[in-house]
Structure formats: structure tokens, C-alpha cells
Design a protein around this ligand. Structure first.
Ligand code: B12
Ligand code: SF4
Ligand code: SF4
Length: 393
């Protein structure tokens, strides 16, 4: 029987009976369990997140959330954990790697006939996988100490996950705003368990290793950083291709290239990702050949096919109409082949008015490219990275 094991353990506040030594031992055990459940790192932090909350409010005031109204909807709850889950005393922050380093990445970005899908979205939806593991981890903690108050989150509620992860010691927020681990890069997702246990707190990650580097800002295709450490979602391709509903501004379309779901350029440019760690999860491996898919083939999917092939995938979030819109833009930015003209013209008759407008734009772009030899927009990453690129070619 473990020292935490007590068959009659009461719920919530009575856990305060655990001595500080028992709480310290429990924190160590939780971190071991986190590794066993596939997490790359785990840190524990307090609920205090006011400074990040103030910066969130500034960001919202500037309108950088674009149409993501949910970012401002819950007010202070997003940075005051006790308001989200009364009784919360600590937040256990975790991260899980998702990158398959054997994927061809840069060449996919450069191939105007291929669809580029963000590396996190090629396999199973991380929300499902991480949530399952967080629930298993919580159960394992419960097996040690008996029932306790807790709730798991993975991008699923108003939680400022990145500042919490930084405070829990998982890494620093880079100029591209994502959390980076100095040894393992940034190709991971975050999750949390809010608990009512007064566990010992880990020191925050106070260093910032960005230094004078500005690679992410330089390569961003749409110039989405008004200043370092601040992202304007209105211009971010990840926002446009995943969260944005309706028409995409014409001036941004040529800059999107073949990125049809999410964007990784700022992470690809980051020197701390040169030796990033690989995922241990088969669930993150590409499904349905999505890492090599041709834009034109994807545009021929019917809605039924879309729903079938994106089952359990994060791509579902964009919906069939958004998916078709993104593919039309990708095709408009690619080579003007006879096949592409045929497919776009065929889809024109079937499309909704919003998609139709994007297909017409794509046809116009291709026509112009054919007539006046408008060159394809180059991907600045290759030139930027030069010989520094060791993998993800
Ligand atoms: C909204 C959202 C988006 C939006 C807006 C992104 C953004 N940067 O805010 C869009 C749709 C664009 C997006 C894109 C992506 N996202 Co997203 N997204 C979120 C979400 C839901 C909220 C993020 C948030 O709170 N934004 C609000 C702003 C205010 O927060 P912030 O960027 O941290 O802003 C801080 C800085 O500006 C800082 N600050 C301001 N001035 C200064 C000055 C200095 C000197 C410093 C140090 C800091 C600083 O203060 C602010 C508050 O702390 C989180 C999940 C969650 N619930 O937290 C996932 C999340 C951030 N996304 C994630 C991912 C993976 C992505 C993509 C990589 C997906 C892709 N490949 O397409 C891209 C990356 C784009 C990018 N460079 O950020 C992961 C990040 C994991 C990691 N390693 O950090 C998260 C945590 C989801 C998860 N559970 O794993 N996302
Ligand atoms: S995800 Fe792409 S578009 Fe968004 S900030 Fe990063 S490089 Fe720019
Ligand atoms: S590319 Fe450079 S500036 Fe951007 S996050 Fe990485 S280290 Fe920081």
C-alpha cells in the first residue's frame, strides 16, 4: 500500500491533511506518472495569472483576436482559475510532442500542387488523445490518494495555457508566442489538470532564449506579428484556414500559398526546433496520406467523403465549406495545369456562393499566371534556413 493510499480518503479540502512531505512525494509521483502516460514534461504552478490576463485584455482591445469572440467571452475566468473551477489550488501543466520528424515538410510547402496541412493536424485530434491521457493520469492520482477535486483541460475551456506552462517551468514564450523547450523545441501541445491539492509549486521558466533572433517574424508569410511576442490573428494563416468563417480577404490569399489547414512556418524557422524531439504516439502519424495529398484531389471530395476522412481529426473544425474555400485558394496559388482548370470548373457548379467566389478568384489567378507568366510565390523558408536545415526537408 502506498503512503498516499487511504481507502477512506475524503474528497477535496480534507486532503489538506497531507503533510508537506506527502505532498512533495505526491508531486514527484505525478511527474513520473505523466511520463508513463506519454507526456514529455510536467510542471505544477499556482493559479495566479494576473499579468498574463492584463496582456490578454490589451490584445483583445487591439482586436487581435479577429472573429474569435470566445477569446473575450469569459472575462476574468480565462486567467482566474478559481472562477473556472472553484476550489482550485494548483494547476498541473503538461505537454505532449506531436511531430513525426520523418515527414517531408519543406518540400511539401514548396510543391504548389500539394496541400500543406499543419504537422499537428495530420493524424488524430490532439484534443481527444490528450484529454484521454489527462483523465487516465487523474485516475492514477486518485488511486494514490482517493477522490480529489479536479478537472482536465486541453484547449477546451477559457484557460490561458501558454503563460501557465511558462509559470510551471515548461519553457518560455518565444517571439512567435508559442512555448519552446530549450532542448526539445516547440512541436508539442499543452494540457492541464486543475486540482484542489496544495502541491508544491515548480519555479517558472524565467529565461528567454530568443535573444536577437527574429527568424519567425521574418519568415511569416503574412506578416502577422505587429511586434515580437504579439500575434495579430487577423493575418495569421492558422486563424484564416481554421477559425475564420466566410470569405478570406483577397490581399491575403496569394500569401497563403498551399497552406490549407494551419501553418507551421514560424516554428519551422525557429532554431530551437533544429533538434526537436519526436512524438512517441502512433495516433499523430498521418492518416489518409494527408501529408502527401494533392490539392486537386482533395477538392474532389464530397461532403460525405470529407466527414468520413476527417473523422477524429482536427480538420473537421473548419467544416466542408471552409475546407473547400482553403483548397480553392491553394489551387489559385499553384501551377496553372489543365487538370486544375478542369477540376475548379467542375466544382464551380457544385459550390456554395462563398466557395464559388474563391474558385472564381483561383481561376482568375491561374489565367493571369498562364497569360502573363506570373511566377509562383516563393517560400522564403528554404532561403532563410539555408544549410542549417537538418531534417523536415
Ligand atoms: C487562440 C489560439 C490560437 C489563435 C491565436 C494565436 C495566439 N498566439 O494567440 C490562432 C488560431 C492564430 C492559433 C494558431 C496556432 N496555434 Co493556437 N491556440 C489558441 C488558444 C486557444 C488561445 C491562445 C491565447 O490565449 N491567445 C491570446 C493571446 C493574448 O495570448 P498569447 O499569444 O499567449 O499572448 C501573450 C503574448 O502576447 C504576451 N506578451 C505580450 N507582449 C509581450 C512582450 C514580451 C516581452 C513577452 C515575453 C510576452 C508578451 O502576453 C500575452 C498573454 O500572455 C490556445 C489554447 C489555450 N486555451 O491557451 C492555442 C494554442 C496556443 N495553439 C497552439 C498551436 C499548436 C497553434 C499553431 C502552431 C497551430 C498551427 N500549426 O497552425 C498556430 C501557431 C500560431 C502562433 N504563432 O501562435 C498550442 C501551442 C503549443 C505551444 N507549443 O505553445 C496551444 C497552446 C493549444 C494547445 N493546447 O496545445 N492559435
Ligand atoms: S502560423 Fe504562419 S501565418 Fe501564423 S504567425 Fe506563424 S508563420 Fe505567420
Ligand atoms: S525563431 Fe527566433 S525569435 Fe522566433 S521564437 Fe524561435 S528563437 Fe525566438
Amino acid at each position: 500500500m502506498s503512503e498516499f493510499d487511504s481507502a477512506n480518503a475524503p474528497v477535496s479540502a480534507d486532503h489538506l491533511c497531507l503533510s508537506s512531505q506527502q505532498l512533495a512525494d505526491l508531486a514527484v509521483r505525478i511527474k513520473q506518472l505523466a511520463t508513463e502516460f506519454g507526456f514529455a514534461d510536467c510542471g505544477i504552478t499556482s493559479t495566479h495569472n494576473e499579468a498574463a490576463g492584463q496582456r490578454l485584455n490589451q490584445w483583445l482591445d487591439l482586436g487581435y483576436q479577429a472573429n474569435m469572440d470566445y477569446m473575450g467571452k469569459h472575462g476574468t475566468m480565462r486567467y482566474r482559475a478559481e472562477e473556472l473551477m472553484p476550489g482550485t489550488q494548483r494547476i498541473i501543466c503538461l505537454r505532449m510532442d506531436y511531430l513525426d520528424p520523418n515527414l517531408t515538410t519543406l518540400s511539401s510547402l514548396e510543391n504548389g500542387q500539394q496541400a500543406y496541412i499543419a504537422r499537428y493536424a495530420l493524424g488524430r485530434d490532439y484534443h481527444k488523445l490528450v484529454r484521454k491521457r489527462l483523465a487516465q493520469l487523474s485516475k492514477a492520482i486518485e488511486a494514490l490518494i482517493g477522490p480529489f477535486g479536479h478537472r482536465v483541460f486541453v484547449d477546451s475551456a477559457p484557460v490561458l495555457e501558454k503563460p501557465l506552462a511558462q509559470k510551471a517551468g515548461l519553457g518560455w514564450q518565444g517571439k512567435h508566442t508559442l512555448i519552446i523547450n530549450r532542448k526539445q523545441g516547440s512541436w508539442f501541445v499543452l494540457g492541464e489538470i486543475f486540482v484542489d491539492l496544495p502541491l508544491p509549486i515548480d519555479p517558472p521558466y524565467d529565461k528567454d532564449h530568443c535573444s536577437r533572433c527574429e527568424s519567425c517574424i521574418t519568415v511569416c508569410p503574412t506578416n502577422a506579428f505587429p511586434q515580437p511576442y504579439v500575434l495579430d490573428a487577423n493575418r495569421c494563416i492558422a486563424y484564416l484556414t481554421i477559425e475564420h468563417k466566410g470569405s478570406i480577404a483577397k490581399e491575403l490569399r496569394p500569401l497563403m500559398g498551399n497552406r490549407v489547414f494551419g501553418c507551421d512556418d514560424c516554428q519551422l524557422a525557429c532554431p530551437w526546433n533544429r533538434a526537436a524531439s519526436a512524438t512517441q504516439e502512433d495516433d499523430f502519424k498521418p492518416r489518409h496520406g494527408l501529408d502527401q495529398a494533392q490539392l486537386a484531389d482533395l477538392l474532389t471530395w464530397t461532403e460525405t467523403e470529407f466527414l468520413k476522412r476527417t473523422e477524429g481529426s482536427p480538420i473537421r473544425r473548419v467544416g466542408f465549406e471552409g475546407w473547400q474555400r482553403n483548397l480553392a485558394i491553394g489551387l489559385g496559388n499553384g501551377p496553372a495545369t489543365a487538370n486544375v482548370f478542369v477540376i475548379l470548373n467542375h466544382q464551380l457548379a457544385l459550390a456554395t456562393p462563398m466557395v464559388k467566389e474563391h474558385i472564381e478568384w483561383a481561376l482568375d489567378q491561374l489565367q493571369q499566371r498562364q497569360n502573363q507568366n506570373i511566377p509562383l510565390t516563393p517560400v522564403p523558408l528554404r532561403e532563410h534556413l539555408g544549410r542549417k536545415l537538418k531534417y523536415l526537408n
